[in-house]
Design a protein around this ligand. Structure first.
Ligand SMILES: Nc1ncnc2c1ncn2[C@@H]1O[C@H](COP(=O)(O)OP(=O)(O)OP(=O)(O)O)[C@@H](O)[C@H]1O
Ligand SMILES: [Mg+2]
Length: 234
């Protein structure tokens, strides 16, 4: 579905991604794990075309993304839920959700998508009229994911959805990611919660200082000695 081939990227003089190769197949949950500053968010931003790579090719469903603007990438079905939630704090839950379907192509599915996200997140239905900024951290994360779903993703890019959440919310968020996947959405998940994200991943990549140093099945990487030492404190 998504193929990244030898992606290189720099912020000015600072090179942060080196020859990244990464694949996501239809129907998978693929996790990218790595320490702070490893380049996880930058990889997602390159896919969404929020930044432009120095070299390398990214194709989605056979189409090279190089000539596309970020809104066109969304129209193709790649939707990113950014790190730190970035909901609109002065807008209600409903208004935030409707912002997720601002594209013409997704507007016609608004009603069905609203029903779908309210079934996934009953808490958002209860809080439809509440201002986004007054919701708890976990609720704001739910809203950010729900807003992403309003754009009809084929591939959902999730950047650290469990960051800063209580153990109960972490559990709920990981269950919801799996449920969204069962509903047919392919997932590329960036996480520092290495244990949980490898556990639910079909396949995963380990990034270290901008390079892919390990790739394999989620379960396989959970058992990997380097992963255990570096990320699981074992
Ligand atoms: N806008 C920017 N300008 C300059 N350097 C940046 C910018 N954004 C990120 N960087 C640098 O690029 C490197 C990779 O950052 P990135 O945000 O991709 O890491 P990450 O793996 O997502 O980290 P974290 O887990 O902390 O979110 C870091 O060294 C960071 O300081
Ligand atoms: Mg990041």
């Amino acid at each position: 579905m998504l193929t990244i081939d030898k992606l290189n990227f720099s912020y000015g003089d600072l090179k942060v991604l080196w020859d990244i190769d990464l694949e996501v197949h239809q129907g998978e949950i693929v996790s990218v794990v790595g320490a702070n500053g490893a380049g996880k968010s930058t990889t997602l931003k390159n896919i969404s075309r929020l930044v432009r790579p120095a070299s390398g090719t990214t194709t989605f469903l056979g189409e090279n993304l190089a000539s596309l603007a970020s809104h066109q990438v969304v129209e193709r079905g790649i939707v990113q839920v950014p790190e730190g939630r970035k909901i609109f704090p002065e807008m209600t839950v409903m208004e935030n959700l409707l912002m997720g379907s601002y594209l013409k192509s997704t507007r016609k599915d608004r009603k069905g998508n609203l029903e779908r996200v309210f079934t996934l997140f009953p808490r958002l239905k209860e809080r439809e009229k509440q201002l986004g900024g007054t919701m708890s951290g976990g609720e704001q994360q739910m809203l950010a994911i729900a807003r992403g779903l309003m754009a009809n993703p084929k591939l959902l890019l999730l950047d650290e959805p469990s960051l800063g959440l209580s153990p109960l919310f972490v559990k709920i968020i990981f269950e919801i990611i799996q449920e969204i996947n069962r509903q047919g959405v392919t997932i590329l998940l960036v996480e520092q919660n290495v244990y949980q994200s490898l556990k639910i991943a079909n396949r995963a990549y380990v990034l270290e200082t901008g390079r892919v140093v390990l790739a394999g099945g989620g379960q396989e990487l959970l058992g990997n000695e380097h992963v255990k030492k570096a990320f699981l404190g074992m």
